[in-house]
Design a protein around this ligand. Structure first.
Ligand code: NAD
Length: 285
């Protein structure tokens, strides 16, 4: 099987940095024409420069995908230049640093989390569908959920709920679009080093050694880990995969409550130390 995206048109929202940029570059390497809808002007410039340097045909559009008018304008530009869309990656999402209990959270925060994590997935996918249908069978819709959409996430209850919503949006839409040969899938990363989550340096140097025991695969995620899943889901490699959510988590969820102690033995009992970041209020009982 030849792994290629030659002559395919791919739109990546928030493709100017982090996981989205890594997906954009991977798709470009496989021959795709890469379209980016990106809110940050500096990130637009940076990804355009990287794609140009890699000789990837690109269309970088400054846009806020939370805004229906701007989303419509993005689709109009793609329609004018290419007349179709083979791959859509709904990559934008942010926990907004709202690490607090549900009890402490506010309706204003729920709306912001909704807009940046779920509503734009509906807006962009809905607006893109006519162009995706023009691309026809073999086209693919991919959305970024999170491991937090598949497990309980204390101090991130509302973010986790919207990430879980993406998982079921994916399954349900996959049923509706299967008859058109359009696949709909999802990627659920565990903590990945990006501008949004600067996890590696948040672990103090004296505790860095713990990281290799924290996950079965011994490290935090890198943007290219998710890009690998995005390549699989955009190409023929996944021709019979739809409605699926691929965990990209170094084995974190497989390990669940199990941990390795400093000396490498396994336990599901409490390990007491101060190596990791702590969130939320201190319990009194
Ligand atoms: N990094 C992680 O640890 C992690 C873990 C699980 C899931 N995810 C998910 O993966 C996706 C990408 O995460 P990341 O860490 O690479 O993010 P990031 O914040 O590092 O990069 C996101 C990009 O999207 C752009 N953007 C933000 N809002 C936008 C908007 N309204 N319109 C257009 N562009 C916008 C930003 O400018 C930035 O270039 C998100 O959906 C995130 O929730 C990330």
């Amino acid at each position: 099987m030849k792994i290629t995206l030659k002559n395919k048109v791919a739109l990546i929202t928030g493709g100017g940095a982090g996981i989205g940029a890594s997906i954009a570059l991977a798709y470009g390497e496989l021959g795709a024409k890469v379209v980016i809808a990106e809110i940050d002007k500096a990130n637009c410039k940076a990804i355009r420069k990287q794609l140009d340097a890699a000789k990837v045909e690109n269309l970088v559009i400054p846009a806020d995908v939370q805004d229906a008018k701007q989303v419509k304008a993005v689709m109009a530009k793609i329609a004018k230049k290419y007349g179709r869309l083979d791959v859509l990656v709904n990559n934008v999402g942010h926990a907004l640093n709202l690490y607090k209990t549900f009890e402490e959270s506010t309706p204003e925060e729920w709306d912001r989390l909704h807009n940046i994590n779920f509503r734009h997935v509906l807006l962009v996918t809905h607006a893109a569908l006519p162009l995706i249908k023009k691309a026809g069978p073999g086209s693919s819709i991919i959305s970024l959920s999170s491991i937090e959409g598949l497990r309980g996430y204390p101090v991130g209850v509302v973010y986790a709920a919207y990430k879980a919503a993406i998982v079921n949006f994916t399954k349900s839409l996959a049923c509706e679009l299967g008859g058109d040969g359009i696949r709909v899938n999802c990627i659920a990363p565990e903590t990945t080093e990006t501008a949004q989550i600067q996890i590696v340096k948040s672990v103090k140097p004296e505790y860095q050694d713990h990281v290799k025991r924290w996950f079965p695969l011994g490290r935090y995620g890198r943007p290219e880990d998710s890009a690998g899943a995005a390549v699989y889901l955009a190409t023929e490699m996944s021709a019979w995969t739809t409605g699926e959510t691929i965990l990209v988590d170094g084995g974190a969820l497989a390990q669940a409550g199990w941990r390795q102690s400093r000396d490498g033995r396994w336990t599901n009992s409490p390990i007491i130390d101060a190596a990791h970041r702590m969130y939320g209020p201190i319990r009194k009982n």
